[in-house]
Design a protein around this ligand. Structure first.
Ligand SMILES: NC(=O)c1ccc[n+]([C@@H]2O[C@H](COP(=O)([O-])OP(=O)(O)OC[C@H]3O[C@@H](n4cnc5c(N)ncnc54)[C@H](OP(=O)(O)O)[C@@H]3O)[C@@H](O)[C@H]2O)c1
Length: 165
């Protein structure tokens, strides 16, 4: 699996049920990287997406213990009840684990980070305090830091972490 996230210098990814930053180039990077792929997300992240529905042109899987199958269908997602159920669904849908992107939020990054060998982290160079954090990235990941870009007065970098085996 791969994870993709926008994380600030203090580790925050979300506030008030939403993203903390709106950087066009980062949204374009997300769209380009995940196009045609399978995504897995938590129920709260699904609800924060446009129309509270799965993203077009991708297979959307939501982890939820509470969402009914009917609601999942109407939101254009498949639902898994736990990690075991996620793996069962992946094999039913013929999706290779390596092609699955973990897109958040905090609970789901923490749950699935142990399965992620690559992390695409847009590091937002801001110290703002949020409510939801990305889990600690342990030292078994090797970091390739990208160049610093800016959007208005916000600076950011496209970093890639690859787990050393
Ligand atoms: N910066 C970024 O890149 C980024 C990306 C995505 C999201 N976010 C932000 O992150 C925040 C949301 O994150 P969050 O941690 O509050 O919520 P979340 O991870 O999106 O969703 C949490 C929900 O996932 C389900 N869940 C969690 N663990 C589960 C398990 N083991 N098995 C089955 N279902 C499980 C539960 O749904 P049920 O209650 O239905 O059981 C839980 O309420 C928002 O602010 C969002 O904007 C930021």
């Amino acid at each position: 699996m791969k994870a993709i996230a926008a994380v600030n210098k203090k580790g925050y990814i979300g506030k008030g049920g939403d993203l903390m930053y709106d950087i066009k180039e980062d949204l374009a990077f997300f769209a380009r990287t995940t196009k045609g792929k399978a995504l897995v997300m938590g129920r709260k992240t699904l609800l924060s997406l446009p129309d509270g529905a799965g993203l077009k042109g991708r297979t959307n899987i939501v982890l939820s213990r509470t969402m009914t199958e009917e609601e999942a269908l109407s939101r254009k997602v498949r639902v898994a009840r736990d990690v075991k159920g996620l793996f069962t669904l992946l094999s039913e849908l013929n999706i290779d684990q390596n092609d699955l992107f973990v897109i958040g939020g905090g609970e789901i990054y923490s749950l699935l980070l142990p399965y992620c060998d690559t992390l695409y982290i847009t590091r937002i160079l801001s110290d703002e305090i949020g409510e939801v954090k990305f889990p600690e990235i342990t030292s078994d990941y090797f970091l390739t830091a990208g160049e610093v870009h800016s959007s208005g007065d916000l600076a950011y970098r496209f970093d890639t972490y690859v787990r050393q085996r």
